[in-house]
Design a protein around this ligand. Structure first.
Ligand code: IVH
Length: 693
């Protein structure tokens, strides 16, 4: 039924306000009020209303975040107030010198009443933007550019999900902040691209900058960008007198701000905070809750008292009342001996630099990724060049640039292969990242990567099947198709280099055991474009067997919430390929699970419940426990809200515990969980190997 126009207008207004409020809770307060499904339902209702009554679309409607505008070019914008840069302090001594300079300049030489404090914020490594709001509506967004003139990026900035298009108050003024990717979102983005056969990105900073400067806002909208605001231009004019209050003011407007900012009363406290963040920066997200969710390259230390900023003034380029207190990057200098091209399971060749071995962060580094042709061009490196490398929070070291040492003429340019090293098919150049790619879907070169993917933890979880093992098996001709794995015998492996008797037994046992992996893992293993673990779980739940999934049409697939037309199309055409059908038959013959388990009487003890895991769980890996909870009907979420049914908190649990208390959510410790698990699952089939005893 079509509501009458006034009713429609009222409902649209109501939906807009409701959706904006929910987005505020989700993105800014980090405390969702409703489930994603409930949000989606309201969103679709608004979308439908607007489709029927286009005159009801307002510029700040949440539906306007999907972008769609494609600009012919990007305008430049002159900043009313220039966007300066920051002076660096690279050591504790340099920071102390900055502190002393301020104390002297402000006459705070030690007098008790002259004390001043600093407000310190993590220095996010992203793209600085300046946002102009008029009566609470975003009217212009600009990049920093050269500090005086930037680029008009209003169309892309509008699509950043956590950024409200309408503020909570009719604010008129300019705010500034940083656009960035969280590490998790960046990894997810690359996974999606990989699954869709698109080249992956080298680093979050450049990708954030590239996404914002796109002409097509629709593409920008599909990138999971984040933003934190940290500056208010003319704070005194808005009645704000300290940096701490700037942050509170911005938060009050409904803008996302970094919750990790901290007021430090003394230089000593700043040093302690700097050390603390420096340590957190080295942690990995899957190991500790204290790990930082984004990349930072320093601490921005700001004199808290804004009234005194003008007293200190500016150098030609930067303010004297703030400093970027960075960390000494662990770096090394070495030489590129050669560049080899490695083929991925998608057939894309990526350049890997073979380095003169050098010690860095306690390990010997022999290789570094060059990622893609664009990265080689950006770095301007040749084989034989002396380069700087760093490890910065990632396992694989990166080349960050050429050393200034002059070339002696013996250097050679990196030349990409023009025929595939494995199947001799002519190489095609991938258009976007200019990576060479082998277009042959049956290329043997891809098999190593596919085998390693098949065996990986999040797919079939075959312990002991490393990339090296996969390489061996393919090189020896023992595996020509994935399913050959299931036909390996001890005799095939005996005598091969790197295969001791114990490891042969263990490997074969692990392969055999993987036959019992659940249906969703088998679906993930098929490498259907765009179908990762999450979607495989959906499909397994929905269809219950590979046979049923294989027969599903695009229309039926799209009925599933979370599966769009593109993915439906990809699934249908995957199953339509006779070669893929042949592989399915072979996998079935190998004894893999082809139907979902339906007979586990206890499945569903967590049906419909949202569970949050936090802290360290000692008896299982987090992903294993998550799988088990999901198999038993739970939705495992990363954040605590009123809707959370249960928080499982191991030692070291942090803010989520406090959130649970706030919302009155039940909290179990490990012992309670173990007791519960032992009560509920009684049959051996329900107990994974890591089952607590
Ligand atoms: S205040 C005068 N606060 O660092 C510039 N900057 O090197 C005042 N940045 O262009 C900037 N996090 O892109 C400030 N909490 C933060 C920051 C931050 C990251 C970046 C920003 C700026 C650059 C200066």
């Amino acid at each position: 039924m079509t509501p009458d126009p006034t009713q429609a207008a009222l409902r649209a207004q109501e939906l807009r306000e409701q959706l904006n409020e929910l987005a505020h809770h989700y993105y800014v307060l980090d405390s969702p009020k409703v489930s994603d499904a409930e949000y989606d339902a309201l969103y679709r209702e608004l979308e439908a209303l607007e489709l029927e009554h286009p005159e009801l679309v307002t510029p700040d409607s949440p539906t306007q975040k999907v972008g769609g505008r494609i600009l012919p070019y990007i305008d430049s914008v002159t900043h009313d107030v220039p966007m300066l840069s920051l002076e660096n302090a690279l050591t504790e001594e340099e920071f102390t010198a900055f502190d002393t300079r301020l104390r002297n300049a402000l006459g705070a030489g030690g007098g008790l009443f002259d004390e001043f404090s600093y407000f310190c914020e993590p220095k996010l490594d992203g793209l600085a933007v300046s946002l102009k709001y008029l009566d609470g509506s975003l009217v212009q967004a600009a990049t920093r550019g050269d500090g005086f003139t930037g680029e008009d990026v209003t169309h892309t900035v509008r699509t950043i999900k956590p950024l409200p298009l309408k503020l909570r108050r009719p604010f008129t003024g300019i705010v500034r902040g940083e656009v960035f990717f969280t590490k998790a979102d960046f990894i997810k983005l690359n996974r999606t691209r990989e699954a869709g056969g698109e080249p992956t990105y080298a680093n979050p900073r450049n990708t954030a900058a590239g996404s914002i400067r796109l002409l097509d806002s629709g593409i920008a909208a599909s990138r999971p960008l984040s933003i934190y605001l940290y500056a208010l231009v003319d704070a005194p004019g808005h009645g704000v007198t300290t940096q701490q209050d700037v942050i509170a003011f911005l938060r009050g407007l409904g803008l996302p701000v970094n919750p990790r900012g901290r007021l430090c009363a003394t230089a000593g406290e700043v040093l302690a905070f700097h050390r603390e963040l420096g340590a957190q920066r080295e942690l990995y997200a899957d190991e500790s809750e204290d790990a930082l969710p984004y990349e930072i390259d320093g601490l921005v230390v700001k004199l808290n008292d804004i009234a005194r900023w003008e007293e200190l003034g500016y150098t030609a380029k930067s303010p004297r009342f703030m400093i970027a207190f960075k960390w000494q990057e662990e770096q090394a200098t070495t030489r590129i001996n050669d560049v080899v091209f490695q083929i991925s399971r998608q057939g894309i060749y990526s350049p890997v630099a073979e380095l003169e071995p050098v010690a860095l962060g306690g390990v010997m580094v022999r290789r570094a990724t060059l990622h893609n042709q664009d990265e080689i061009t950006r770095l301007g490196v040749m084989i034989g060049d002396e380069v700087y490398i760093k490890r910065g929070g990632e396992v694989i070291p990166k080349i960050i640039g050429r050393s200034p040492r002059e070339r002696d003429g013996s250097e050679r340019p990196v030349v990409a292969p023009d025929i595939c090293q494995y199947c001799e098919t002519a190489i095609v150049l991938d258009e976007r990242a200019h990576n060479p790619a082998c277009p042959n879907p049956r290329c043997r070169g891809r098999l190593v990567g596919r085998l390693a993917y098949f065996a990986s933890r999040s797919v079939m979880d075959i312990e002991g099947m490393s990339e090296k093992t996969a390489e061996r098996l393919v090189a020896e001709g023992l595996v020509n198709n994935i399913d050959d794995l299931y036909r390996l015998t001890p005799g095939d492996l005996t005598g091969l280099e790197g295969f001791a008797e114990v490891s042969i037994d263990n490997l074969l046992a692990a392969i055999a055991k993987s036959r019992r992996q659940p249906l969703w893992r088998v679906i993930t293993a098929l490498e259907i474009p765009q179908v990762g673990a999450q979607n495989s779980k959906l499909l397994a739940r929905e269809f219950g067997s590979l046979a049923a999934l294989s027969e599903a049409g695009a229309e039926r697939l799209q009925e599933i919430h979370g599966i769009g037309p593109k993915m439906a199309e990809a699934i249908v055409s995957w199953f339509a390929d006779p070669e893929n059908q042949a592989m399915l038959t072979r996998l079935e013959e190998a004894g893999l699970t082809m139907t979902a388990e339906t007979d586990s009487a206890e499945a569903g003890v967590f049906d419909g419940k949202t569970v949050v895991l936090t802290g360290t769980i000692s008896f299982a890996r987090r992903d294993e426990l998550k799988d088990w909870l999901e198999q038993n009907g739970a939705t495992v979420s990363g954040s605590v809200s009123k809707k959370t049914a249960l928080v499982i908190a191991g030692p070291g649990a942090g803010s989520k515990l406090a959130q649970a208390e706030k919302h009155g959510v039940a909290v179990w410790d490990e012992a309670r969980l173990v007791a519960f698990m032992q009560e509920t699952a009684t049959r051996p089939a329900q107990k994974p190997d890591w089952w607590p005893v």
